[in-house]
Write a protein that binds this ligand. Structure first.
Ligand code: ZN
Length: 240
């Protein structure tokens, strides 16, 4: 068979080439699932101490995301502890008792998902759980993982996501009509401020300039989504 006859088949199904340039299915899927786990960790942080973590909505969402999991290798670090091959390792307390008040927060390492244990170890140093990795040398199981606290990481990720979502909402809200309302209000407000400099304070909140500014604000308020940062938009438009 000449190399040419192989070429079309390869280009249609070049998974091996894909792996060098994009993430594997295992990594992509676990990154998605790990995000729902992170949201669960953030929710446990917010919940009252007496809450069973398993009763949180975020727990159900994570559990449902796990339906995509097909049994590939996974790696979970416990800061100051070890790397485990699952969250159900007997040396960890995923949920320790009936009330479920205590559980281990894992630093999920989805970038390693699907790797052999040896490859994962090579990538992430030697701090392995001897139960999950019974063949690991004892010298490796004596070490501990130096990694950020997963709950704090989850809270930071949530903050970043909230900021990104707010920014996306802000950008999606912008229309020529809304910009016109912003400009009209900023100009009316400036006119009213200029007017206040010409009269006594007792007259600041009356007269045509004040009424115009009030009307422009009402129109803007009616035409913009709640919480829209119109002063930032005015700055972006160069009118403030
Ligand atoms: Zn383990």
């Amino acid at each position: 068979m000449s190399p040419n006859t192989l070429a079309p088949a390869r280009s249609m199904c070049n998974n091996k080439d894909m792996e060098t340039t994009t993430k594997t299915h295992e990594v992509q899927t676990d990154e998605r699932i790990a995000q729902t786990y992170g949201e669960f960790l953030a929710a446990t942080y917010d919940a009252p101490k007496s809450t069973d973590p398993r009763t949180l909505d975020e727990y159900a969402i994570w559990e449902s995301a796990e339906n995509e999991y097909d049994g590939w290798s996974r790696f979970f670090a416990v800061p100051g502890g070890h790397i485990h091959s699952s969250m159900n390792c007997s040396t960890c307390n995923r949920v320790t008792n009936q009330s479920g008040q205590t559980f281990t927060a894992f630093a999920w390492l989805p970038a390693l998902s699907g790797l052999t244990a040896a490859d994962a170890i090579a990538a992430h140093g030697h701090a392995l759980c001897s139960v999950c990795f019974p063949n690991a040398p004892v010298s490796d199981t004596n070490k501990s993982v130096k990694i950020a606290d997963p709950v704090q990481e989850a809270l930071a990720a949530r903050r970043e996501r909230n900021i990104a979502e707010a920014q996306a909402r802000y950008e999606a809200a912008i229309t020529p009509e809304l910009d016109a309302l912003v400009v009209a209000f900023i100009e009316a407000e400036a006119a009213q401020k200029a007017y206040t400099r010409t009269v006594e304070p007792s007259e600041w909140y009356q007269g045509p300039a004040f009424e115009a500014s009030k009307a422009a604000y009402a129109a803007l308020n009616a035409g913009m989504p709640e919480g829209f940062d119109f002063y930032t938009r005015a700055k972006d438009l160069g009118v403030r």
